[in-house]
Design a protein around this ligand. Structure first.
Ligand code: C5P
Length: 317
């Protein structure tokens, strides 16, 4: 645990770019996901610790006469590329806020699986904000972009910042966790098929109404203290996700994934966000490789990848 990411503001063009602008954006996991009761607006009050991991999508923005989106990689041919796509919604929102014409040719290279609990769609929206800001020279600060991001989805502001951060409200209020740089080693077990986030929250409400859900997580204090100790065994004991019981109820096979990861030597395993991806904390990089191979050999997931965290949020590369 030596080399690690530290937050920095990169140079962003202020006058707009004539050439292509390429943005890299990470996936997120939640080290702690505390879910409160449903609010009158249907969202749940969260207290979460977001963590950006080195599993990236890439969005390239070029000048164009209209707004278009093309894509390759995971989900190509499946994902709608029209105005319902979060990338297009984000580009339009930035144009509206800054009074520029929403003209760009956007191309997405996708690796983050869909409906996986890794906030892939939200990540792409964050990438679109950063890319179009650079392409159009709209000169937004990260805080400006995060405010627009909150209109697109609860996880989008975090993907604008990256790193490790506390999320409150419906997740859209983000404040960075300042800790001495540490690199954590994760294994990401990608499932076949996704889970719809609203269905997982609804299942948690149902389980809670039946008093069939485990007790809700407490505050994020233990998790934050564990991060400061920089010891993976301590962090392992502090990971938690209130949505896990709901994801397991909808997808009971996830219990086998969690068991297989622990049997392979993971210090801990949890469902990521609303699932169905499971993430495991490994002691170091070589343990992470071994756990990923063991998960793949056990045949309990579609694919197991290693990823370090924390990493930067959406950035021009
Ligand atoms: O904010 P976002 O559009 O990503 O949320 C997707 C869905 O997840 C919401 O429509 C809601 O059903 C659920 N959700 C929730 N409470 C949150 C965040 C999301 O119930 N804090």
């Amino acid at each position: 645990m030596t080399e690690a990411w530290e937050p920095e503001e990169e140079e962003r063009p202020r006058l707009g770019a004539s050439g292509p602008v390429k943005v890299k954006v990470p996936a997120k996991i939640n080290l702690h996901l505390g879910v409160g009761p449903a609010r009158p607006d249907g969202y749940h009050e969260l207290s979460t610790v977001y963590h950006a991991i080195a599993l990236h999508d890439e969005l390239t923005a070029r000048r164009g006469d209209t707004l278009t989106l093309t894509m390759e990689g995971v989900g190509a041919g499946e994902l709608a590329l029209d105005d319902t796509n979060l990338v297009i919604r984000a580009a339009r929102a930035l144009a509206r806020h800054t009074g520029v014409a929403a003209h760009a040719r956007l191309h997405l290279r996708k690796q983050i699986p869909l409906a996986a609990g890794l906030a892939g769609g939200s990540a792409d929206a964050a990438a679109a904000l950063v890319a179009c800001d650079a392409l159009w020279g709209t000169g937004m600060t990260r805080d400006d972009l995060a405010a627009i991001a909150a209109e697109i989805g609860s996880d989008v502001p975090f993907l604008v910042y990256g790193g490790t951060a506390l999320g409150t409200g419906r997740g859209e209020t983000v404040s960075p966790v300042l800790a001495r740089p540490t690199t954590w080693h994760w294994v990401v077990a990608v499932a076949d098929g996704g889970l719809a986030t609203p269905a997982v929250y609804a299942e948690l409400d149902r389980l809670r109404a039946l008093r069939a859900a485990p007790p809700a997580l407490g505050s994020t204090d233990d998790l934050l203290a564990a991060l400061r100790q920089r010891d993976p065994e301590v962090l392992a004991g502090a990971l938690g996700n209130d949505l896990q019981a709901a994801a397991l109820s909808l997808r009971p096979q996830l219990a086998d994934v969690l068991k297989a990861g622990r049997a392979a030597g993971a210090l801990a395993g949890i469902v990521s966000g609303s699932g169905p991806t499971c993430v495991f904390l490994a002691y170091d990089a070589s343990e992470a490789n071994m756990i990923a191979s063991a998960l793949e050999s056990a045949g309990v997931c579609r694919e197991a990848r290693t990823a370090t965290g924390p990493v930067a949020g959406a950035r021009v590369v």
